[in-house]
Design a protein around this ligand. Structure first.
Ligand code: GLV
Length: 305
């Protein structure tokens, strides 16, 4: 039995399986452990099951001298210093594939909601503004026949493309053409690249300026892919048609953040993988990764080394 630290209560059956074979200590708080508490949690841990909200960097690894396996409950691993973990010989697991469809569904839901202005229309109904059928009010943008630009046609990007084909869209992607050209041609742009030093603020003021004034930006990747000040400016100026974000920088986005004053903007709280079935599958995969790592066996899904 190895000592395992779990950074949040995870109410999924896979955690019972983990408890059967290892000695699990859980951070019981409703929010992520603060830095000091996280350091304390990992002090004696050999295994760590963490979330994308936990920053697992070099100093944290130094505070965990016995650590020999990390499992991140996410497909993205930008919260983990993979190089530092590799240098220590610690395998890091992630949870690809099992969340592809749920995340692609959410990206498409955001695309449709932004195109058809669902939020203002719904708000208007609740405000008693629906007085008759309106010939020229609450008009949105047509999806059928429009061009979708997929930035990062990996697993999730391709799954979004498949959905778009079902909606009669033309799909272009950043593997087949330069980003600038994609931004100029697309009516909808959906981001699916991992967050790295190279992709931080990939969508900056210059990129936004290339988009059509009617185009919508959808981000279900990571918040820092987009320069939010530039996005707010573009939405206020009406130089793009709308934006729908599942991810922001920072997360959570404070309720008084200036971005939330921008028009034609939808923000949801990082729920791409948030279905019952997907989160159960992610937990199962994260537990499989951790158990394998602690056994010294190859991880089913390893993100480093
Ligand atoms: C969610 O954002 C994930 O990376 O799994």
């Amino acid at each position: 039995m190895a000592r395992v630290a779990l950074t949040r209560i995870l109410p999924f059956p896979a955690i019972d399986r983990l408890r059967e074979v290892h000695d699990v200590t859980v951070w019981e708080g409703p929010e992520p452990p603060p830095e000091d508490a996280l350091r304390e949690l990992v002090r004696d841990a050999e295994g760590l099951l963490c979330l994308l909200t936990d920053r697992i960097d070099g100093p944290l690894l130094e505070a965990a001298p016995r650590l020999r396996a990390i499992s991140n409950l996410a497909v993205g691993t930008d919260n983990v210093d993979l190089e530092a973990a590799t240098a220590r010989g610690i395998p890091v697991g992630s949870t690809p594939d099992v969340l592809t469809d749920a995340t692609a569904d959410l990206a498409f839901a955001l695309l449709l909601a932004s195109a058809r202005r669902l939020l203002p229309a719904s708000r208007a109904v609740r405000a008693g503004e629906w007085v008759t059928w309106e010939p020229a009010r609450w008009l949105g943008d047509e999806v059928t026949g429009a061009t979708l630009g997929i930035v990062g046609p990996g697993r999730i990007g391709r799954a979004v493309a498949r959905r778009a084909e079902g909606f009669g869209m033309r799909v272009i992607d950043s593997k087949a053409m330069e980003l600038d050209e994609l931004l100029e041609q697309a009516d909808f742009v959906s981001l699916h690249v991992p967050l790295t030093d190279d992709t931080r603020h990939l969508i900056d003021a210059g990129a936004l300026a290339r988009m059509k004034p009617t185009a919508h930006l959808v981000n279900t990747g990571r918040g820092p892919l987009v320069d939010q000040d530039a996005l707010a400016a573009a939405l206020h100026a009406g130089t793009i048609g709308g934006a729908a974000l599942d991810v922001t920088d920072p997360e959570p986005l404070p309720a008084d953040h200036p971005l939330l004053e921008a028009p034609n903007l939808i923000v949801v709280p990082h729920v791409g993988s948030a279905t019952h079935a997907t989160r159960e599958r992610m937990a199962a995969m994260a537990v499989d990764n951790l158990i394998a790592g602690l056994d010294g066996a190859p991880l089913p899904h390893r993100a480093n080394g």
